[in-house]
Design a protein around this ligand. Sequence first.
Ligand code: HMG
Ligand code: MG
Length: 300
Amino acid sequence: MSDSIRIIEVSPRDGLQNEKTAVPTPLKAEFIRALAKAGANEIEATSFVHPKWVPQLADAGELLSEIGDLLVRISTLVPNEKGLERAIENKVQAIALFTAASEDFVKNNINMSIDESLEVFARVISAYREAIPGGFVRAYVSTIVQCPIAGKIAPEKVASVCEKLLNLGVDELSLGDTIGVAVPNEIIKVASLLELLTEKSKIVWHFHDTRGTAIANVSAMLDRGYRAFDSSAAGLGGCPYAPGAGGNLATEDLVYFAERNGLTTGFDPVALAEASLPVLAVLGKDPFAKAQLATLAACR
Ligand code: HMG
Ligand code: MG
């Protein structure tokens, strides 16, 4: 089994989309460059969603021009054909589609039903593959355990949405505990159904850490043989359309946990701990991710 893990850094997108203060574009670009320098190989930079829905990321095109060519995979969220047009104009190497296992959540988040989202994605995937040969397509499935509106979600519902996305030819699935409620037993139930559908290498886990259970879920999935996780520098994060969604699993905590368990991540913990400091300063926040705090304290 692999002794390294893939970390998909989502702080510039999942982190900043949820902040009241919009971060200036040059500072976002500096953040992304600092994350790449700290070892991030895959970074979700921004979203081509409606600027009125998520004004914090309204500068998506400008941001991508500002970061220029980085030797890392940069992905962007794309909800629909209009978002795809904007992504193609910016020649993005990876798109991330997003739906959920809860009808209420999808309606709230992208104003579609699950089936409508899948119909839109079928068109988006084929247009994207034609426009950007070799482009990478990920698909998020949110609310895999619980929806903030509909409550508990059956693992079978998650598996059914995942199966349809796999049939559309997505390259990977990112499974989101969007409001950070899940514990390992619940994630294991979802994983055991997904394992009947696809290989583990196509699955990425996306844990929010609202109640401090994210690293326990990572541990359970590492034990089960999974090696890819989304996380967010400084633990920034949340979804503006998911009431109660707290910060994402902090990349600093994930890197510490993985490296201490003998798994390589490619990150330099000190560079990582420092990468988000200018953004946190603009947001008026002190660092709060535990491993980030410990690293900063040790090097001061
Ligand atoms: P809508 O209002 O239903 O859109 O919003 P529409 O198709 O009816 O179009 C209305 C107008 O919006 C039209 O303009 C479109 O051109 C325009 P008009 O003709 O009126 O001038 N429009 C757009 N403009 C720019 N970019 C676009 C776009 N699409 C339409 N892409 C829409 C539908 C999907 C756009 C909206 O609901 C939206 O932007 N939602 C985004 C919500 C979001 O970003 N949520 C957070 C990310 S998800 C998340 O955080 C969870 C995740 O982290 C995983 C987890 O934790 O579980 C991924
Ligand atoms: Mg998220």
